[in-house]
Design a protein around this ligand. Sequence first.
Ligand code: MN
Length: 329
Amino acid sequence: MSNPETDAEALACGALAEGDQPTGEPRVDVLSAREVPLGGPRAMRVRRTLPQRERTFIGAWCFADHYGPHQVAESGGMDVPPHPHTGLQTVTWLFSGEVEHRDTLGTHSLIRPGEMNLMTGGYGIAHSEVSTPNATIIHGVQLWVALPEEHRNAARAFQHYVPELARVDGAQIRVFLGELVGQASPVRAFTPLLGAEIVIEPHATLRLPVDTAFEHGVLVDSGDIRLIGTLLRPTELGYLSRGADTLTLVNESDAPARAILLGGPPFGEEIVMWWNFIGRNHEDIVKAREDWEASSDRFGVIEDSPGDRLPAPALPNAVITPRRNPPTH
Ligand code: MN
């Protein structure tokens, strides 16, 4: 997925603020989504909950787009031409539909619901993502993970993983990154991370033991979910700072409720995010943009590319500076 937003201030991400220590009772922050058109000739709209002014990270998760269900016949589906990434991993997870992925490693992969594509674009990678004619409805999330300094120039990589369905009392869980309810994903990340799809039965209560060193986010796709006393509605992202050893989730709806659970220890580095690049300063972004515009080997070439490469937008006039996360509770 490509990020069409290039406002310097809104997309600069920061590390922990001073005094960021959990104190007192757990409190859930409710983060609302904003609608963003994806780039490309037929712009599908997505709901973005990370980054935003109130929060830039949950663990190393630094970007969360949630889309659909869209009727492909009406919206055109997903059609994101070749575009680059640096300093991050992309996680694609579908609830419905089918997407064809191509990248400059030579990967050509189809992804379907219940499967994860994890692409590492450390030093540089480019990819395209197009929904297939098999997809009548497109519905899912795309998430980005910031790479820590020592791995931010990691080699290109791509992994496809299909987690087992874990059935626990009142819920079904698919753990695509990290560990939860006895399920452990074998997929490598560069910092400790949790990523899972959770479907809770109507009016069921789910208690999930979690790592107290992790902060967590619950992105609600469908149903009304109460997270430790705070009601989250579809499209909202509930944020909980570290310190909790159990997440209590109650589905208050008459139908199954679905959410994506994210977690990780607070990411202790400042990053600068602009368009599809993550760096550590303005110069990193300028260089990555120049390299993409010059068709540098840094990003490679996609075989059988489904469309023309996306040109990088113009840089903002201002220097892109990191922004700090607000203090947590
Ligand atoms: Mn992308």
